[in-house]
Design a protein around this ligand. Structure first.
Ligand code: ZN
Length: 133
């Protein structure tokens, strides 16, 4: 998931779109007995500023599949997440940084997968859990 900033600047194309399919590492899923079904769809827009910093609107979506946190029946949820991030050519401890030539989005996408995950997965919104009869 590379944005070739130097090439974009050479072409004088200072903004654009991107789209990737990402095979996310399984250990990024925090919920026990859940997994990402298929790929993470990654898309967004970028804008290169005069000082070579790059603003990115990052959107990810994926299908999380596992057991309902309440009743343990099969459950799945489509997760959509959007985040505006900034890449600087120097690390300021707050934003992402890159070498001034190419941006590798992997770290930002991994962070987005972590931030976007629900705390619980439910088979249906009103699941009451395992009912004792
Ligand atoms: Zn349930």
């Amino acid at each position: 998931m590379i944005i070739d900033v130097a090439r974009q600047i050479a072409l004088k194309q200072y903004s654009g779109n991107f789209s990737f399919e990402y095979d996310c590492p399984a250990e990024l899923v925090l919920l026990p007995s859940a997994q990402i079904d298929g790929i993470v769809k990654v898309e967004g827009e970028f804008e290169i500023y005069e000082d070579d910093s790059v603003g990115i609107r990052l959107k990810i979506s994926y299908l999380l599949r596992g057991e309902c946190s309440y009743c343990l029946e099969p459950a799945s949820e489509r997760v959509e997440y959007q985040n505006d991030i900034l890449y600087l050519t120097e690390d300021d401890g707050e934003n992402y940084s890159y070498n001034g030539f190419k941006i590798d989005l992997t770290t930002a996408v991994n962070d987005a997968v972590l931030f976007s995950q629900p705390q619980i997965l439910l088979c249906r919104p009103d699941c009451k859990g395992i009912e004792i009869k």
